[in-house]
Design a protein around this ligand. Structure first.
Ligand code: CP
Length: 306
């Protein structure tokens, strides 16, 4: 039995196979409409979510399976003090596979050690968000035709943004990737990513504060929200929250074939006037999230079309 806790749990070759499957699901959805008949997905979400939970539910429904779960800790027996390990033991009795989001880093890993069904990390604290990374990789590969040989700008809250941490871990495995890390000094990438991943892997990167300066060289611009829920101090959040706002004027500085991604939700960091720009692909990215989660559920359940 396999779990997905980190984006590195799949090799580059396995990721290619997964993305090929997702692309085939997109083209031939009817072929996959019943591959999970009789199977149940449990969505155990201790933190708020729109995209991750609903795209998992959409994915399982589109595969013919069913979904059970809870959407907040308050709506589960966690509110009465039940542990994650006991909760996953219960989910193992009721479902065939589970997606878990939790505010504590490592909670899905702990769950996987006590589970008799595959556990998918749907986001753990400020740590990792591997299925968002799979979504991001599929979006980039589908729209740019490759995953290597490009300059990737990551902009915003690089300190608390778990999607950024996961994406860096995943992209460094491809050749010719260069990162431009754009953030205020207070929200710089954590040292464990800078030292253990970028420096240790001899990955070229630059850190800067000014988004305009970075724009002309980027093939991908990955915008992120300032993560209010991870700040200890509301005043500090208010000071930081609008540190970057991507608007038409800044987009005019970018390459014609640049792609703008965002894991969403957005707050103010991308002006709605950018939404109609063909380079703004964040809503298409959310759609790719359904296909890759369908492919992931099939892979972890070891099912395929007849
Ligand atoms: N991208 C993402 O994780 O969105 P949600 O928090 O809405 O699931």
């Amino acid at each position: 039995m396999r779990h997905l806790i980190s984006p590195l749990d799949f090799s580059v070759e396995e990721l290619d196979t997964l993305m090929d499957l997702a692309n085939d699901i997109e083209k031939n959805p009817e072929k996959y409409a019943h591959v999970c008949d009789g199977r149940i997905l449990a969505t155990l979400f201790y933190e708020p979510s729109t995209r991750t939970r609903l795209s998992f539910e959409s994915a399982m429904n589109r595969l013919g399976g069913k979904v059970i779960g809870f959407s907040s800790a308050a709506a589960s027996s966690a509110a009465k003090g039940e542990s994650v390990t006991d909760t996953i033991r219960m989910a193992s009795c009721y479902a065939d596979i589970c997606a878990m989001r939790h505010p504590k880093e490592g909670a899905p890993l702990v769950a996987s050690l006590h589970s008799s069904i595959p556990v998918i990390n749907a986001g753990d604290g400020g740590h990792q968000h591997p299925t968002q990374t799979l979504t991001d990789l599929l979006t980039i590969r589908s729209l740019k035709g490759r995953l290597g040989g490009m300059t990737v700008g990551l902009c915003g809250d690089l300190k608390f943004g778990r999607t950024v941490h996961s994406l860096i871990n995943a992209l460094v495995r491809y050749t010719g990737i260069r990162f431009v890390l754009i953030s205020p000094n207070e929200l710089r990438i954590p040292s464990y990513i800078r030292d253990n991943v970028l420096e240790a892997g001899h990955i070229p990167y630059t850190e800067m504060e000014n988004l305009e300066d970075a724009m002309p060289e980027l093939d991908i611009l990955y915008m992120t929200r300032v993560q209010r829920e991870r700040f200890f101090n509301e005043e500090e959040y208010i000071r930081m929250k609008d540190c970057y706002i991507l608007d038409k004027a800044k987009m005019a500085l970018g390459k014609e074939d640049m792609c703008v991604l965002h894991p969403l939700p957005r707050v103010n960091e991308i002006s709605t006037e950018v939404d109609d720009d063909p380079r703004a692909v964040y809503f298409r990215q959310a759609r790719y999230g359904v296909y890759i989660r369908m492919a992931l559920i099939m892979t972890l359940l070891e099912v395929s079309p007849c």
